[in-house]
Write a protein that binds this ligand. Sequence first.
Ligand code: ARG
Length: 629
Amino acid sequence: MTSFAASNYTGLKHIHALVAEQLAEIFATKGAELTPAVTAEAAAKLNAETIFGLVQVPASSKNGHATIPMPVLLKAGDLKGNPAQFAASVAKISTRDLKGNPAQFAASVAKIFTVGELITKVEQAAIYLNFHANQDFLTSSVLSAVLQQTDNYGSNGGQLGLGKKIVVEYSSPNIAKPFHAGHLRSTIIGNFIANVHRMLGYEVVRINYLGDWGKQFGLLAVGFEKYGSEEALNENPIIHLFDVYVKINVRCSEEATNDATIHDQARAYFQRMENGDESALAIWKRFRDLSITKYIDIYKRLGIEFDVYSGESQYSESMKDALAELKEKNLLTESLGAQIIELKDKKLGHVIVEKSDGTTLYITRDIAAGIERFNTYNYDQQFYVVAAQQDLHFQQLFEIFRRMGRENISEKCQHINFGMVKGMSTRKGTVVFLEDILKEAAETMHTVMKGNEEKYKQIEDPDAIADILGISAVMIQDMSSRRIRGYDFDWRRITSFEGDTGPYLQYTHARICSIQRRLSAVLSLEKDIYAADAAIDFSLLTEPAAHALVDLMATYHDVLLAACKTSEPCGVVTFALELSRAISSALDTLRVIDQEPAVQRARAALFIAARHTLSNALRILGLTPVEQM
Ligand code: ARG
């Protein structure tokens, strides 16, 4: 039996927990006065913990700090009736309760707040019940929490993921083929999903599942004999292997007579690889190793790491087991010498798992990899972050796990899909390498930075800053809308310092850092702001701009919870942009430098807390916050 207590929560969550406790109390003791009446049986279901799970942050701050949609509450209590009427009757009782003993109330309404009445108003709005909190409480509770927890603010102590493990597979480019926009999206979104879960306390395994197997490697090996250069391979394996791959393909299509021979050679080569022929495998392994080394470099520039570099090549043994299991469970049919799985009854067509020449396919390797991964990691959830073009592939894969009786896998797996990016090319060409995109992004940002000569001169390492800003621009554009929506790549829009861009977020962060540098002359931050006994009078923060900032910061944990549930980064982007706009307006009205010391401390605490919150959100999104730009 878990004991739920509002005192276990801080900030906005404390308010939400209080709302839940008070409502549960009302249902238990005054249920009969409600319409519909809450029976004892319903009240038992509507305990504080259940209600707590139904409390939401209102979409607009006009509606206070907590809201509950009545339909879900009614449903949770198995109650039938008119939701609006129910909300109104709850609101009435709640208000009377808040005022407590009428005699006391007559003494002073205002006093209620100071004696620790934290919910200051309750109102019915259509089917919602909205609650307003004591702003002073929120301000001091939220700001103290941020200043104490700094980098961990928003994690709520990692309660959610405690003891749970997830696997996120993302990026997964194909060796000898370009790293295209789809891989970039997978990299950005996958990294985000991993970061959010990590922050919320999950153990996270990050896997890069390389496209490093298949007939094209036979072709590549044949091509390398003709066009390969050791020197070029060592210089930049990704570009050189792609070069070779393009050349051998051109050769195939040009020389119709040779076509068959080259293809035959390629097929024979790949068959040797599948049979474990050491000399055939040696050259393939070099291509793979060199490519991985290069990828690690590029990922590092993006601030991204993987725990495991796996790939389609790693499952030759387990593939045999998987095929044997499929056969044993009577899931295979023979068709023209190939082994297929029939999924027509589920409108998923049929799937070839073994060709007539005995070689395997992309999906065969996914079946084997899926089983092995489950056995290795015993995860609670697994995410495949792959473009929506592969929707059918993953539906088929999960259906196959189901038919194998492996619901323990299919139920824990999720395909995190996303739409296409159009027009991602550098100004020079259409085949894009990730490196070129990053280079162009950095160059564009460098030019924008040089526009402000005065500032530019003060930046210590402009190249490094331009690189980070370019990456931020690309990442924020990618995560601004819901995943499934594709977008047109737009250099000019994303690199602007204004509007909904990565550079704007970075600029806001850098602005507070610059104030902080100036403040350090008058304040000892460690003592005046961060110390547990710092004498900060938060009640001096009375302005609407300060309250707006606090109210936003207060919602951060809920923003992360929603992102975790939906695997959608756009909510965190929206949060970061709203926070940045709130910071900008607060900076316009609330001066920090040249203020009376107590006010200065309170405002400094406000902006420093805002910076920590923004910095956390940026890092969750995969950005490296800059301190000057
Ligand atoms: N390498 C594949 C591609 O580029 C993506 C791999 C996706 N992951 C998987 N388990 N199938 O299309």
